[in-house]
Design a protein around this ligand. Structure first.
Ligand code: ZN
Length: 231
């Protein structure tokens, strides 16, 4: 079997159990940072020490612990630090773009506004952008695909191992979340889930196992989902 072209690193960052990711192609030596926050220099340095060039950022959603900004009186480093070092495009869902500008102070020219269904190619790697509203209006998950290997779902705060993102913050929509999770529940069982926070003992797991054990992913109806959410 040919050697994998996939460059993929899961990196714990910050004080809120966030998980950032480096995703790219070893062949093209290009990488994207998923959710550059907390320790942006650390993420860039890590990629560069491994011979990778950071060519952009994938934004799961615009909350401060994922893109930087001020929250609870705390200033979290984020995309503005990335742009200082490397003026690279921020791939953001079109429904999240205005919020991202407000939270981070980035400029329109820094953004690559994307729609669900768009994809990004790097070497042999394809990253499909899935629009998964619910936690926020423009939350997106990334399906990282390389032919002949199981897909990897980088899910931000839409889906965690054993739970899902909150839907009680401004801009959240419980019904949209139910439909987004229903769509993720149709991904192949061998897809590997990589969440935006480490809220469980394992840092990643198969979608097959999640479909069996995660009540939010296996809710039979909207009513049942809302009941789980309330309880
Ligand atoms: Zn969030």
């Amino acid at each position: 079997m040919a050697e994998s072209d996939l460059y993929f690193e899961q990196v714990p960052v910050g004080q809120m159990a966030n998980l950032a990711y480096l995703v790219g192609s070893r062949e093209s030596r290009e990488a994207l940072i998923v959710d550059p926050a907390w320790s942006v220099d650390g993420l860039i340095d890590r990629a560069e020490e491994q011979g990778m060039k950071v060519v952009g950022a994938l934004i799961t959603h615009y909350h401060q612990d994922h893109v930087g900004g001020e929250i609870f009186g705390m200033q979290i480093e984020g995309v503005s630090r990335l742009l200082e070092r490397h003026p690279v495009p921020l791939y953001v869902n079109e429904n999240e773009a205005d919020g991202l500008l407000q939270i981070t102070g980035a400029s329109e020219s820094d953004l690559a506004r994307k729609a669900g269904g768009d994809s990004i190619e790097m070497g042999q790697i394809r990253i499909r952008l899935l629009h998964t509203p619910g936690h926020t209006p423009g939350s997106q998950c990334f399906m990282v695909e390389e032919q002949g290997t199981p897909g990897r779902l980088v899910a931000g705060d839409t889906l965690f191992l054993g739970s899902c993102g909150r839907v009680d913050l401004p801009g959240a929509d419980p019904e949209a979340m139910y439909h987004s999770l229903s769509a993720l529940g149709r991904l192949p069982d061998d897809t590997v889930l990589y969440p935006g926070h480490l809220y469980s003992s394992e840092p990643y797991g198969s979608m097959g196992e999640q479909k069996r054990s995660n009540p939010f992913l296996s809710a039979a109806s909207l009513d049942q989902f809302l009941m789980y959410m309330g309880g």
